[in-house]
Write a protein that binds this ligand. Structure first.
Ligand SMILES: Nc1ncnc2c1ncn2[C@@H]1O[C@H](COP(=O)(O)OP(=O)(O)OP(=O)(O)O)[C@@H](O)[C@H]1O
Ligand SMILES: [Mg+2]
Length: 239
């Protein structure tokens, strides 16, 4: 997966410029930077939510603009803050990641996402519970774990993770973190990172500012460089 000299603008002004970034399977790339830096825009170019205005985004050497959209969408899974769930059963919400999945596959994905226990223990009809039913109240962490189960089932080689800024309770947080570990294994992950634990874990941290890559490296390297990352870290992340 590669961004090759990518430029992008929504209107006239460039929102991304001169982006060169490549990642292999198994890599976790954390994107950090001030609000408006272009993090969400950058990842939205992978699945062609928008197209580059210059340069190219390549997957396995193929320009994404030359890949059939259905094939492209199969290669990318997204777990974001909104966690889109449909007015349907729990099972079908997970199965959305792979429409022909068996019940056993759905359950295996839910287990890997740390969602199985709450599904069978807390929901009146288990996997057959309709999410839209009155009385079914899912916490933020539970919704996220369903979304992670869906992504695990989809088993796409590229994972885009837009981490929630809002804090989960500690137990939920730990389960979401574990579920994400299971999900990230063996894929290329781009994570818009807000959690320190994700940042520590990343193979590479890419620091964006005003649409350009200011710095990249590991947490230790970037702290030592004493640049923008260090400032962001001192402001946002340090606990
Ligand atoms: N749909 C859009 N149309 C026009 N401009 C946009 C659009 N989406 C984002 N922008 C602009 O592009 C720039 C980058 O926005 P982007 O959402 O990628 O930033 P970000 O790094 O994800 O910020 P945040 O941390 O707040 O989520 C900003 O100046 C933003 O105002
Ligand atoms: Mg964003």
């Amino acid at each position: 997966m590669e961004f090759r000299d990518v430029t992008f603008s929504y209107q006239d002004e460039n929102v991304l410029q001169g982006i060169n970034l490549s990642a292999k399977r198994g890599d976790v790339i954390a994107l950090v930077g001030p609000s408006g830096a272009g993090k969400t825009t950058l990842v939205s170019l992978i699945s062609r939510f928008y197209d580059v205005t210059g340069g190219a985004v390549l997957i396995d050497g193929h320009d994404v603009r030359n890949v059939r959209l259905t094939d492209l969408l199969r290669q990318v899974a997204l777990v974001d803050q909104e966690t889109t769930l449909f007015n349907d059963t729990i099972a079908n919400n997970i199965r959305y990641g792979k429409p022909d999945a068996s019940d056993a596959e759905v359950e295996a994905a839910a287990r890997a996402a740390f969602a199985h226990d709450f599904i069978v223990d807390l929901l009146p009809e288990g996997y057959a519970t309709n999410i839209g039913d009155r009385g079914v109240r899912l916490s933020g962490g539970q919704r996220q774990r369903l979304c992670i189960a869906r992504a695990i089932l989809k088993d796409a080689p590229i994972l885009i993770l837009d981490e929630a800024t809002s804090a989960l309770d500690t137990e939920s947080e730990q389960m979401v973190q574990q579920a994400l570990e299971n999900l990230m294994a063996n894929r290329t992950t781009f994570v818009i990172a807000h959690r320190l634990s994700t940042i520590y874990r990343a193979d590479r941290i890419v620091v964006l500012e005003n649409g350009v890559i200011r710095e990249s490296g590991t947490h230790g390297e970037l702290l030592e460089a004493n640049g923008l990352y260090r400032k962001l870290y001192d402001m946002q992340f340090k606990e």
